[in-house]
Every structure is written in structure tokens, then in C-alpha cells.
Ligand binder design. Structure first.
Ligand SMILES: Cc1cc2nc3c(=O)[nH]c(=O)nc-3n(C[C@H](O)[C@H](O)[C@H](O)COP(=O)(O)O)c2cc1C
Ligand code: SF4
Ligand code: SF4
Ligand code: FES
Length: 593
């Protein structure tokens, strides 16, 4: 970014674009040209696209920075731009009503940003803006002053663990690959990110692709790789586009290709598009997919670090793992290790979603309490309802109950509670969520995504799902909970890859903490949260019914009878439980239960 007194940064992450960011950028460019800011005020003004800064619910977010003083606006539409230019840029009067409110600041207050520190600041399509913020300094330092072994030692000393799910020490994985016999070696960035509700890796690539590329080049130097791949799903078009631009810019600057930065080191990166199969995120399936075969897992060992792509030593690292590398090299291992806990160092990006007021992308030091995440950063539960549980780790994870809200969010503590950090999905649930239904939801996902190679996963997840469907439809049988438990343990222990080995986790953790909900479904044919349709009855409370006939008019089944101005009645045999009457009645006269 050129030197300017006035800088405007418009969020052009996926959320920003969806909210109209492209129009806002054009409006700023046109308006600034029209009023001739450069000439009349003798000040330079530049408009930049930036990536996601986490609080996408407030998009389009716009920063107006005048002589270093930043004002952030929220919910900006293109027709609001002329007023910002007139009043703020020309007359120096910020528009208070449009500025972000207190919750925007509290959302960011407890976060510690390493991986996301430049997201929302740098222009992802302009290498210069990353370089201005010390981008590629770590690479220069490594190539000029460190041996590959020293680089590995530094990453080991930082305590960085893989952010893709398993939490394996990153430096150790690099060391295995470096020491493994076989040439050439490969480095793969895993950007498959298939967990439902997860958008961490996509946002990092969209917001700051060069941080991932810099991490890959350093990783390649450390392990001795000549070639790298980014395996990214085709459903992430913006991320793919920005990655392509960033790779071209890096090549033009001599940061990729032959004799990188004039050193005796060659490395280049190819993009491999995935077709959107969850199992292709599993490392052996991912390798099979790059090799042009069907993406199916293989038994381990051998691990990819010993025998990976084309049978050669290969490091597969997650996007977030790689995006940490440059910051660690630049600031030192001790700096990174100051964040987090004894065994879980650093920060972790989470996708905070569900029934929380401030949902979005957050980065927090590991070890922070779940309470701080849900209440301080998330702003508490929507509608001030009661927290019921937080599901962490996506389909491979489990549930933490409201009673365990003070748990530390780190690898060890979550595992002890029967869940995992995983790749970083975090779904907050309240009393209107049914935990049996949640387990069913995740099983539907894993069952559909099972590659079918091994019987325990292919058939086992299907049977688990069938039992859960039965229970939620009111056809649960007395022995179902034991059956679910036994089958879950069998699928876990007998499946070939991580998908089958973890698929039953949501079932086991909900069985463990929400047994009473399973019991109510099975024995009382009742869904306490009022979610499972077949277990609901709608009835009319005569004392509240005014006979306004609204319910009868919206009922698609003609199940509501009664005269005008007299209490109505629902004929249960005809009711299809659509809930339209419940939503429509102004007098709260329809009971759902
Ligand atoms: C079914 C399945 C899906 C996975 N999907 C991803 C993914 O989308 N992204 C990812 O980085 N790791 C994913 N993993 C974990 C990877 O196999 C691997 O452990 C990870 O990429 C290693 O990188 P890290 O050490 O930097 O975490 C998945 C694992 C399984 C079993
Ligand atoms: S566990 Fe499931 S996904 Fe993994 S290899 Fe077996 S069938 Fe395929
Ligand atoms: S739930 Fe639907 S079908 Fe049943 S009475 Fe109400 S509107 Fe009619
Ligand atoms: S995309 Fe704009 S803040 Fe996330």
C-alpha cells in the first residue's frame, strides 16, 4: 500500500462480499475521484480490499484511517458512502451512528491474534501490503541465517501442534520427514476443510494467503522439499482465486521457483482442487487424490512423513499450522510459547457459531475458558436463553455441558471431557436444541461421507443413524441406548481411518451427558426441547384462545376447527405437526409439547 494520509479498508471476505462489499469499494473509488480528494485537500487517499476480521455479522465493515486515526463503520451499504466521504473524509467529522458499537470491541478484546493478526489489515491480492507488515521477513531470516535443522528446532521449541485436528507436534513431523530416506520430498498444505460449520482455513487463505505460502516455503526448506501442493476444495472459489494471485506474485518476486532469494534452494507450489469429499482431508486419502486415484484412506503406518506422495517422504500440514510459522520465526519460540498452556502452546482459531449472540471467527490463546469464549467474546446466548451445551471438534468431536463451562479450552482438557479441539468448530446450543437430534445431524454427515472402504464404518454408521432416526421419530426401543453404545465402540475400534474412528463421538458424548433426553425420547415418546417433529403435539389452550381463526386459516391440513370468537380445537389425527399455528397465534394460545 502506498504512503497515504487517508486509507480506507473495506472488508472483502466472503461475508463482506455477500453483504455488498464490491459495491462499497466501487462507491468509495468513484466518490473520491468525483470530489477530487487528491487535488483539493492535497491528501492521498487509497481504497483497499481486506479479508475477514471475524465479526462477519456486522459486514460490510469499513475502516477509515486518517493520519493514523482509525474509525470503523459497520453495516455499510454503497449508498452510505457519499456521506462518509463528505462528512468524514472532507470535513473530518466521523458519523457516530454508523460506527461499530461496544459489542464489536468486546468481541475482539479477549482475543489474541497471531494467525489472524494481518487478516482484515492486509490486501490479500497485493503482496506489497503483506511485505509492508513484515511479510516474508521470516523467510529471508531463515534462508540467510538458519540451517534446516535450526529451523526445525525453533518450531519444536515453540511447541506448535498441528491445527488440523490431531494436534501432532509440527516440528517433530518436519524432523521425521527431513530424516526419512527418499527423494524428492513433498510438502502439502491441507486446505480441504470439510467439517460442517468450519470456515477457519478458508478465511485465513482469503484474508492473508501469503502467510500460508511463506509457511510452506519455510517448511519446504526445513524438510528439503522441492515441490509443494495446496489441496483445496473447489467450493472455495474466492480462496482459490486469491491463492493463485498470491502464488503468481510470489513467483514474480523470486520467492518461489529456482534459486529462491538467490540461495541454493528451489521450491514451487501447485494448487490441487478437491471435489468436496470430507474423507479427502484424511492425509492418506488426500495423497491418493493428488496421485489421481479415488480418495480413499490407507492403513498407517507407514506414515506420510516416511512414505507419502508417490511413495516419497511427505509432510501434510493444516493451513493454520502453516500460517503460524512466519510469526513464530519472526518473534521467536518463546514469544509463541508464552500463549497457551504447558502442553497446548499458542493460539487457536475457532468458528464460533450456533445460539451465541456474536458468532464469527475468533482466535484465542489455548487454555482460555469456555465461559470467556461464550460470554465475553460471544456475548452470551441469543435471546438470553439458557446455555445447554457447546459442541466442539465438529463431526469428530463431542459436547461440553453448561455445567462444565469453566473448562479450559486446550487439547488435554477437552479430551478429558470426552470432546476434542479438532479443527476448531464450536457450536453453541441452548434449551431449544435437542441433543439426540444433534447426534443424528452429525451422524447423517459422517454416514454420507464414509468412503465405504471398510465395513465397520460403512455399515456401522448407517446402523447408528437408523437407530437415532428411530428414536427421534418416536420408535425408540428399550435397549437402544446400550445398542448405540456398543455399536459406537465397535465402529471406533474397528474402522480403518479417522473418519470411522471418530464418527461415533457425538453419539457417545450426548449419551454420556444427556442420557435423560434419550430416555425421554425412548420411554416417554417426548422430545424435551420440542424439536423432534413426530414427538410433538400441538393443542389449543382454551383459556387464551380468542377464536380469531388465524390458526385455522394457516393450517395446511385443515386440522383446526371452531367457530369465530369461540375457542378452537386441533384434531390430532389430521395435524401434520408443521407448527404454522404455533408461529401464527398472537395470543400464545397454541401449546407445543
Ligand atoms: C476424515 C478426516 C478429515 C480431515 N479433514 C482435514 C481437513 O479438512 N484439514 C486438515 O488440515 N486436516 C484434516 N484432517 C486431518 C489430516 O488428516 C491431518 O492430520 C492434518 O492435515 C495434519 O496437519 P497438522 O499436523 O498441521 O494438523 C482430517 C482427518 C480425517 C480423519
Ligand atoms: S473408516 Fe470409513 S471413511 Fe475411513 S476408510 Fe473406512 S469406510 Fe472409509
Ligand atoms: S401444527 Fe400445522 S397441521 Fe397441526 S394444527 Fe397447527 S397448523 Fe395445523
Ligand atoms: S467477511 Fe467481513 S468480517 Fe468476516
Amino acid at each position: 500500500m502506498e504512503e497515504c494520509n487517508i486509507v480506507i479498508k473495506v472488508c472483502m471476505g466472503t461475508g463482506g462480499i455477500a453483504a455488498g462489499g464490491t459495491g462499497v469499494v466501487s462507491a468509495f473509488r468513484e466518490e473520491i475521484q468525483a470530489v477530487g480528494v487528491n487535488a483539493s485537500v492535497e491528501r492521498n487517499c487509497s481504497v483497499h480490499n481486506v479479508g475477514c476480521r471475524g465479526f462477519c455479522a456486522r459486514d460490510v465493515l469499513v475502516d477509515v484511517i486518517i493520519d493514523g486515526e482509525k474509525t470503523t463503520y459497520e453495516y455499510i451499504k454503497s449508498d452510505m458512502v457519499p456521506r462518509i466521504v463528505q462528512e468524514h473524509i472532507l470535513q473530518g467529522q466521523a458519523i457516530g451512528d454508523w460506527e461499530v458499537k461496544e459489542d464489536y470491541h468486546t468481541f475482539h478484546e479477549k482475543q489474541v491474534k497471531v494467525v489472524l493478526s494481518d487478516c482484515g489489515e492486509v490486501d490479500p491480492e497485493d503482496i506489497e501490503s503483506y511485505v509492508e507488515r513484515d511479510g516474508y521477513k521470516a523467510l529471508k531470516k531463515v534462508l540467510a541465517t538458519m540451517t534446516p535443522e535450526e529451523t526445525i528446532d525453533l518450531i519444536k521449541a515453540s511447541g506448535l501442534r498441528g491445527r488440523g485436528g490431531a494436534g501432532f507436534p509440527a516440528g517433530l513431523k518436519w524432523e521425521f520427514a527431513r530424516k526419512a530416506p527418499g527423494e524428492p520430498k513433498y510438502l502439502i498444505c491441507n486446505a480441504d476443510e470439510g467439517d460442517p460449520g468450519a470456515f477457519m482455513d478458508r478465511s485465513v487463505i482469503e484474508g492473508n494467503p501469503h502467510s500460508v505460502i511463506e509457511g510452506m516455503i519455510i517448511g519446504a526448506y526445513a524438510i528439503g522439499a522441492l515441490k509443494g501442493y495446496v489441496y483445496i476444495r473447489a467450493e472455495y472459489p474466492l480462496a482459490v482465486e486469491r491463492l493463485k494471485i498470491a502464488l503468481d506474485q510470489a513467483r514474480q518476486r523470486g520467492l518461489l521457483g529456482n534459486r529462491i532469494l538467490e540461495k541454493d534452494f528451489d521450491f514451487d507450489i501447485k494448487i490441487k482442487l478437491g471435489a468436496g469429499a470430507f474423507v479427502c482431508g484424511e492425509e492418506t486419502a488426500l495423497i491418493a487424490s493428488i496421485e489421481g486415484n479415488r480418495g480413499m484412506p490407507k492403513a498407517k503406518p507407514p506414515f506420510p512423513a516416511q512414505k507419502g506422495l508417490w511413495g516419497k517422504p511427505t509432510v501434510i500440514n493444516n493451513v493454520e499450522t502453516l500460517a503460524n510459522i512466519a510469526y513464530i520465526i519472526r518473534n521467536g519460540a518463546d514469544w509463541f510459547a508464552q500463549f497457551g498452556t504447558e502442553k497446548s502452546k499458542g493460539t487457536k482459531v475457532f468458528a464460533l457459531t450456533g445460539k451465541v449472540k456474536n458468532s464469527g471467527l475468533i482466535e484465542v490463546p489455548l487454555g482460555i475458558s469456555l465461559r470467556e469464549i461464550v460470554y465475553d467474546i460471544g456475548g452470551g446466548i441469543e435471546g438470553d436463553r439458557k446455555l445447554k451445551a457447546v459442541q466442539t471438534g465438529g463431526p469428530s468431536g463431542g459436547c461440553i455441558t453448561a455445567g462444565m463451562i469453566d473448562i479450559a479450552v486446550d487439547y488435554e482438557s477437552l479430551a478429558k471431557a470426552g470432546s476434542i479441539v479438532g479443527s476448531g468448530g464450536m457450536v453453541v446450543m441452548d434449551e431449544t436444541d435437542c441433543m439426540v437430534n444433534i447426534a443424528k445431524y452429525f451422524l447423517e454427515f459422517t454416514q454420507a461421507e464414509s468412503c465405504g472402504k471398510c465395513v465397520p464404518c460403512r455399515i456401522g454408521t448407517k446402523r447408528l443413524l437408523e437407530i437415532l432416526e428411530r428414536i427421534t421419530e418416536g420408535r425408540g426401543r428399550p435397549g437402544d441406548m446400550d445398542l448405540l453404545e456398543k455399536l459406537s465402540n465397535d465402529v471406533k475400534s474397528a474402522s480403518l481411518c479417522g473418519l470411522g474412528q471418530t464418527a461415533p463421538n457425538p453419539v457417545l458424548s450426548t449419551l454420556r451427558y444427556f442420557r435423560d433426553e434419550y430416555e425421554a425420547h425412548i420411554h416417554e415418546k417426548r422430545c424435551p426441547a420440542g424439536v423432534c417433529k413426530n414427538l410433538l403435539t400441538y393443542s389449543i389452550l382454551e383459556e387464551f384462545c380468542k377464536g380469531c381463526t388465524m390458526c385455522a386459516r394457516v393450517c395446511p391440513a385443515g386440522a383446526i376447527v371452531g367457530e369465530k370468537k369461540k375457542p378452537h380445537k386441533i384434531i390430532q389425527e389430521i395435524c401434520v405437526k408443521c407448527g404454522a399455528c404455533f408461529e401464527t397465534c398472537k395470543f400464545k394460545a397454541i401449546k407445543k409439547g
